[in-house]
Design a protein around this ligand. Sequence first.
Ligand code: SF4
Ligand code: SF4
Ligand code: SF4
Length: 266
Amino acid sequence: MNSSLSLIQQIDAILPQTQCGLCGHRDGCLPYAKSIVEGENANKCVPGGQPVADALAELLARPKLTAEPSVWDIQSDGRPQRMKAIIREDECIGCTKCISACPVDAIIGSGKLMHTILTDLCTGCELCIPPCPVDCIDLVEDIQPIPNDEQRISEQGDLRNRYYAHIQREEKRRIHRKGPVVRAEIDTELFAQITQQSQALPTIEVVETPIKNPVIHDAKTTIELAKIRTQIKKLEKQLSVRADQNKQKQLNELQKQLSVLQGDAE
Ligand code: SF4
Ligand code: SF4
Ligand code: SF4
């Protein structure tokens, strides 16, 4: 494996895998790990707090920096208080926007039905809160015992897997997506590269967007096309109310003209 990819993975192994974007990398921990290798300061992971900033400084043999502060109090392990999101289910309108925002697929529900957060899986990343149109998601303190190092590594592994599976699913949907995009644009090539190095991670394949021949119309053709389309629409509307041989003839003629023009231009 190339040395920079290996270092990215070592850094990523230290990062909490909350995928919250608070470090400034909206598409998650791995892009921040890459940016650290490229020279960015290693103290920006907010949920990781001082322990993560120090562990990274040690790994990279860089001076220790004060970690970016969190809005939450600091727990006994030196990291900010862990949080969980909870949906006030009686207020939820089932719009599904929170589902695609959740990087670890911790929300279940379907269109027009009440949604629920699987509390064990929720990392409190807060990414589901802004897209909720009725503001029915609250954050509460996580009252579970603070994990030890071994538990944390295992939890991070699970979150990484869930996030990569989420990316793979989103990537497959990307081209045919009809609904709103509530997550950051994801650097799928970086994720794909990393998953090729590891059998433990769900493989991410980059789906190529089908490239159509670019349509370049000169101004005259564009105006002509617009005129013909408007006339066609008008005639179609009239013909849908009452049949008329002359109008039908005009419509056929215009459709022919349109396809000739499009054939020339597209
Ligand atoms: S946990 Fe959040 S702040 Fe920390 S590296 Fe990952 S995305 Fe960035
Ligand atoms: S449910 Fe909300 S807060 Fe919890 S992990 Fe998903 S997006 Fe983050
Ligand atoms: S975004 Fe809010 S209203 Fe929409 S499904 Fe999620 S919790 Fe319910």
